[in-house]
Design a protein around this ligand. Structure first.
Ligand code: Z5A
Ligand code: MG
Length: 241
């Protein structure tokens, strides 16, 4: 079989990004979606950012990926988030982006070979959290620039949750961005970013875990069903003006 006819016979996987504020339930929902798709016979991987691409056992319908912030870049980010190391705002921003770039090729290869990849936080968090710091030389537009050219999600699910509901889910922890002021700015910036992006699907994440999961399954099934018509995986472009 030629490589051309091989690729023509392999249906590509979908790139699904899950975004949202702290405690919106992103990681819980990514895991539930991974299990749901795996049980349905799909090859599926799950990546968390900031983190590393750790492929563990990969047998038929079962796969697992976790993030443990152990790549050299992941470690720098981890110590910054925990407050044990300081970084210039631009510098840490570019490290978050580099953490995505170091995995971009693997993501593209997985998608091309028919694996659906679920990503927990991506470029949208990257741009928004950095811009939320209010540094006058770090605007949302500046923050988006290093993301241009990364694999573009087929769909980005934004888990929307009121601040009061998020606070009930365990409150804010010890990490750098986990405070009310930062979270309010982040919420506003996600809104401005999504006004300038396509393929964002807002999910009401204030419902029960199971109800949110069912809503996500339906959106994702629709996205996977449209893949043949969607064409090859795209790349992130500049923000609309
Ligand atoms: N960051 C950045 O600055 N630049 C970047 O490029 C990237 C990230 C990628 C760490 O992210 C920080 O990195 C983050 C942005 C910044 N800063 N902050 N703040 P992270 O992804 O490692 O951590 P996180 O997402 O903020 O926190 P989280 O705790 O992992 O949130 P979550 O994944 O959305 O929620 P969860 O773990 O699934 O659930 C949280 C709790 O709520 C848990 O007890 C659940 O059982 C409960 N839960 C979840 N869903 C429900 C429902 N539906 N009902 C009731 N309870 C629920
Ligand atoms: Mg999480």
């Amino acid at each position: 079989m030629t490589s051309q006819s091989q690729s023509a016979s392999t249906r590509r996987g979908a790139l699904i990004v899950v975004e949202g504020l702290d405690r919106a339930g992103k990681s819980s929902q990514c895991e539930m979606l991974r299990d749901y798709l795996s049980k349905g016979g799909n090859a599926v991987k799950y990546i968390r950012f900031p983190g590393s691409y750790q492929v563990t056992q990969y047998v038929y319908h079962w796969s697992n990926i976790c993030s443990d912030r152990t790549t050299p870049i992941g470690q720098l980010i981890d110590s910054y988030l925990r407050g044990s190391a300081n970084q210039d705002d631009h510098s840490i921003h570019l490290l978050f982006s580099a953490n995505r770039w170091e995995l971009a090729k693997s993501i593209e290869q997985d998608i091309a070979s028919g694996t659906t990849v679920i990503v927990d936080r991506y470029s949208y968090s990257g741009a928004v959290y950095s811009a939320a710091k209010g540094n006058p030389t770090l605007s949302l537009d500046w923050a988006w620039l290093p993301e241009i050219g990364l694999p573009r999600p087929d769909i980005c699910l934004f888990l929307s949750i009121p601040a009061e509901e998020a606070a009930k889910r365990g409150g804010y922890g010890a990490e750098r961005y986990e405070n009310e002021t930062m979270q309010t700015r982040v919420r506003e910036l996600f809104r401005s970013l999504f006004d300038r992006q396509e393929d964002i699907k807002v999910i009401d994440a204030g419902k029960s875990l199971e109800a949110v999961s069912v809503d996500i399954q339906s959106v994702v099934a629709n996205c996977i069903g449209r893949l043949d018509a969607t064409g090859p995986l795209g790349t992130l472009g500049p923000l609309a003006k």
